[in-house]
Design a protein around this ligand. Structure first.
Ligand code: CMX
Length: 153
C-alpha cells in the first residue's frame, strides 16, 4: 500500500498544505479551535492584497501526520471571504491548498491541461509563500490554492 507514497516524476503536489476555513471573527475562531479542538496557533498575519486576517493552526509540526488548517477572516466587506460568508450564510470550508515545490512548473502543466489559474503570476501568501488559485469551476467545485512555501513558512 505504501510503496506508491514516494514522490514520482508525475506528481504535481507534495501534500495538502492546509484546508482554509472562512470565519467572521478571527479571535473568536482561534479561541474556538484551540479550546475545543486543541489546535495550536502556528502563525498569524494580515494579507491586505487578499483582504484577509489569517491564522495558521497546526498539530505536531515535525510529524508526517501533522496537519494545518487556516482560519480566514475578512478585512472588509469587499474581501473574497466576506462575499463567501454572505453567500454561504456563515462559516465553512472555503478552500483546499496543495503544497508544490515549483509553482511556475506546476502552473504551466495545469495550463497545458486546460485548467485556468486565477492570476497570471503567483501572488504572496502566508509567510511569504508564492500562491495561485484554480477557480472552483475548473476543479470539481473546490477552490484550489497552490502554495510554494517561502522562507518564513
Ligand atoms: N469554493 C467553491 N465554490 C466557490 C467558491 C469557493 N471558495 N467561491 C465561489 N464559488 C463558486 C460559487 O458558488 C459560484 O457557483 P455558481 O455559479 O454555481 O453559483 C461560482 O463559484 C461563482 O464564481 P464567481 O462569480 O467568480 O465567484 P466569486 O466572485 O465569489 O469569486 C473566486 C470566486 C474563486 C474567483 C474568488 O473566491 C477568488 O478570487 N478566490 C481566490 C482568492 C482567495 O480566496 N483569497 C482569500 C484567501 C487568501 C489565502 O488563502 O491566502
Amino acid at each position: 500500500m505504501w510503496e506508491n507514497r514516494r514522490m514520482d516524476n508525475t506528481d504535481l503536489f507534495i501534500c495538502i498544505d492546509h484546508v482554509g476555513l472562512a470565519v467572521a471573527d478571527l479571535d473568536e475562531a482561534i479561541k474556538f479551535h484551540t479550546e475545543v479542538f486543541g489546535w495550536r496557533v502556528l502563525h498569524r498575519e494580515v494579507n491586505e492584497e487578499q483582504g484577509v486576517a489569517e491564522a495558521m493552526m497546526g498539530t505536531g509540526s515535525q510529524l508526517p501526520e501533522s496537519a494545518q488548517i487556516q482560519l480566514l477572516a475578512p478585512l472588509n466587506e469587499n474581501s473574497t471571504i466576506a462575499k463567501w460568508l454572505t453567500r454561504n450564510g456563515g462559516p465553512g470550508m472555503q478552500q483546499l491548498c496543495y503544497r508544490v515545490a515549483d509553482i511556475d512548473a506546476v502552473s504551466a502543466t495545469l495550463r497545458e491541461r486546460g485548467v485556468r489559474l486565477l492570476y497570471p503570476e503567483p501572488k504572496t501568501g502566508t509567510g511569504g509563500a508564492r500562491i495561485n488559485f484554480v477557480h472552483p469551476k475548473d476543479a470539481g467545485g473546490v477552490l484550489l490554492e497552490l502554495t510554494q512555501p517561502g522562507t518564513g513558512h
